[in-house]
Design a protein around this ligand. Structure first.
Ligand code: FAD
Ligand code: NAG
Ligand code: NAG
Ligand code: NAG
Ligand code: NAG
Ligand code: NAG
Ligand code: NAG
Length: 539
């Protein structure tokens, strides 16, 4: 027996409107059912009353997923379908792979994203959005018992006719983007590892090989096409909905689902540049810190140069190593700014002139999927003594965990250079709250992979200890900067608060305008929300 969906909307419409505020985007009497009808959804053809007898989230999600399936057919994958495990295994970390959504929805256009958000509101079935699936912790882009909206079909890479911008869908990995643009002699400011998604990297910030010249990915977005909580498709740019544009430059998934990024293009003839990794052993570690510090400090003298330095432990060889990944934005080998690094004896060296896409493939190979993963972040004013201390604290604190099966612990160091900070100020600025006057900064990213769930707690606790000690030391040296980079943060870190009280308040008021009922706070609970970290407390 079929019952019209309006019965459901009557029951739940009240819930939806209770907390509604005055918003120019969504009026207090916003009717989700009518919004769906306006989008051409034939409500009367949708689910059955028996699913309504229980308003647990499971029955809500059953209704939501059945409705999506009636509307979108094979774009919906349910538990038990043959494609289901293949999808969940496609996440980077095991923590995300082992989350089981009620269904997976693969919208092929922005309107379908709108419909799925409205159906989530009606049924109160929670959702998550997935782009490249590289966020490490559980629930960041996959949701237990809810709707995982996979953006993979939103995969356009379309340069403008004058090649100054490129429309890029969040369904792309950076590899697709770079290989498509290479024959046109252009590139964009994006990820450095081929398999990373456009969506997560760009909404959280985005450090690229070219950021010392142009700034971060989020600071090189000309405009966003975004589906808001009311299912409205808006453009956010410096001139349209500029408050939303500001918020999306690092505010994460708190404001809507971005269905298209219009990215500024840069010239990169043949896609060619120089780069690779040089590894060295403990006797070189002081020279490595010197080289790292000097390349960071001297960045304004040659912003083509970029670096990522990881101190790591190689379990099978029982060796501590320094891996310096060096890049140059032109096909020029051994630029003089790298002279100190290049004088350090290397046990391996892959630097060469090669394409951007090729370099991202090399880095992808060193970040395999299918392992347990954790990422942590902290920021400090760049100081050579402190950099060396961070290295030493890292090696000390990993001693109790280096016996964990399959562990690869690393402390990855980067400099947020003057050039990056200048990029953040473009077009009205971003909400990250990093004052250019205190830079350049050391960005610490702890990252560890391992095999057994039984080792989770002690590994997470070691990460917490390294953060605590490096922060306390920085505080005592007057070097602490309260900014936590979203894309590297752990589930225990309060990213939005780290942007500063003013920026947090601004983001909350922008969210109140575009999402007055807090859909992206409550119905999309994963990842870094406005009012706190994904997991309260410490590991
Ligand atoms: C191996 C590796 C290499 C990395 N390299 C870099 C690097 O070079 N530079 C750098 O800055 N960071 C880097 N990172 C960090 C990376 O930016 C984050 O992990 C990022 O979240 C990954 O994006 P994703 O789309 O793959 O992830 P997902 O897990 O798909 O998404 C992450 C979060 O973003 C949200 N989201 C995704 N798409 C959208 C959208 N369209 N609209 C709204 N919200 C959305 C998701 O809901 C989720 O909460 C790297 C990470 C890894 C694991
Ligand atoms: C929303 O609109 C539907 C008709 O489309 C109506 O039946 C329902 O009562 C409305 N809900 C609320 C809460 O006003
Ligand atoms: C409703 O859900 C609860 C648990 O959430 C369950 O105990 C109960 O049996 C359900 N009732 C019906 C009618 O399905
Ligand atoms: C690893 O090397 C250190 C010396 O650097 C040594 O003390 C330790 O016993 C070695 N561990 C193993 C498991 O071989
Ligand atoms: C760059 O330096 C490396 C040694 O670090 C050397 O092997 C290589 O030939 C140099 N390349 C050029 C083009 O000078
Ligand atoms: C890409 O890089 C690999 C090493 O990572 C190299 O062997 C290969 O020749 C490169 N291919 C191209 C087309 O540059
Ligand atoms: C990156 O590596 C993973 C394996 O760990 C692989 O599945 C994926 O296809 C690679 N991505 C690209 C774009 O090559």
């Amino acid at each position: 027996m079929q019952f019209p969906f309006t019965v459901l909307s009557l029951a739940l419409g009240l819930v939806v409107s209770v907390s509604a505020q005055d918003s120019p985007i969504e009026p207090a009497n916003f009717n989700v059912t009518n919004a769906l009808i306006d989008l051409g959804v034939d409500i009367s053809a949708l689910p059955k009353l028996d699913a309504l007898t229980n308003r647990s989230s499971t029955s809500g999600c059953l209704i939501a997923c059945e409705s999506l399936e009636i509307l979108f057919g094979s774009s919906v994958i349910k538990q038990g379908d043959s494609a289901y495990d293949g999808f969940t295994n496609g996440y980077w970390s095991v923590q995300q792979e082992t989350v089981n959504p009620f269904c997976i929805f693969k919208p092929s256009n922005a309107v379908s994203v709108s419909i799925s958000i409205l159906i989530s509101r009606l049924t109160q079935c929670p959702f998550a959005a997935k782009s490249g699936g590289h966020a490490a912790f559980s629930g960041a882009s996959n949701i237990e018992g809810g709707i995982t909206i996979s953006l993979e079909k939103l995969d356009i890479v379309q340069p403008s006719s004058d090649k100054t911008t490129v429309d890029v869908g969040p369904g792309n990995t950076w590899f697709n983007v770079y290989t498509t643009l290479q024959p046109l002699d252009i590139a964009v400011i994006g990820g450095r590892v081929s398999g990373i998604g456009v969506g997560g990297l760009t909404t959280g910030g985005g450090i690229s090989f070219f950021s010392n010249i142009y700034g971060w990915a989020c600071d090189n977005v000309a405009s966003y096409e975004v589906v808001t909580a009311s299912g409205i498709i808006l453009t956010a740019s410096p001139t349209q909905n500029s408050d939303l544009y500001f918020a999306l430059r690092g505010g994460g998934n708190n404001f809507g689902i971005v269905t298209k990024f219009t990215l500024n293009a840069i010239s990169l003839p043949g896609g060619l540049m120089w780069g690779g990794g040089r590894a060295s052993l403990p006797p070189t570690f002081d020279a490595v810190v010197d080289a790292f510090y000097n390349v960071g400090i001297n960045s304004p003298s040659d912003p083509n140069a970029a670096q990522i330095l990881s101190f790591a432990y190689a379990q099978s060889a029982n060796l501590s190593i320094a891996a310096a990944d060096l890049q140059y934005a032109k096909p020029i080998a051994n630029a003089s700014i790298f002279a100190e690094y290049l004088a350090i004896p290397a046990i391996s060296d892959t630097t060469q002139i090669r394409t951007l896409a090729n370099l991202t493939q090399e880095f992808n190979a060193s970040n395999p999927d299918g392992l347990r993963e954790t990422y942590w972040a902290a920021t400090f004013k760049l100081d050579k003594t402190h950099v060396a201390a961070v290295r030493d604290i890292f090696f000390e604190e990993i001693q109790p965990i280096i016996d964990a099966a399959g562990i690869v612990p690393a402390a990855t160091l980067q400099v947020i250079t003057e050039g990056q900070l200048a990029g953040m100020a473009k077009n009205g600025g971003n909400p990250l709250g990093l004052p250019a006057s205190n830079g350049p900064y050391l960005l610490l990213n702890l990252n560890m992979m391992w095999t057994n769930i039984a080792d989770d707690t002690r590994i997470l606790q070691a990460n917490q200890r390294i953060i605590d000690r490096t922060v306390a030391l920085a505080q005592s040296m007057g070097l602490y900067e309260d900014y936590i980079y979203m894309n590297y943060a752990s589930q225990f870190q309060d990213v939005i608060a780290s942007y500063g009280a003013d920026n947090k308040a601004k983001l909350i008021s922008i969210a109140a305008k575009y999402d007055p009922t807090g859909v992206f706070q409550t119905l999309e609970p994963g990842y870094f929300k406005l009012n706190g970290p994904p997991v309260a407390g410490r590991p």
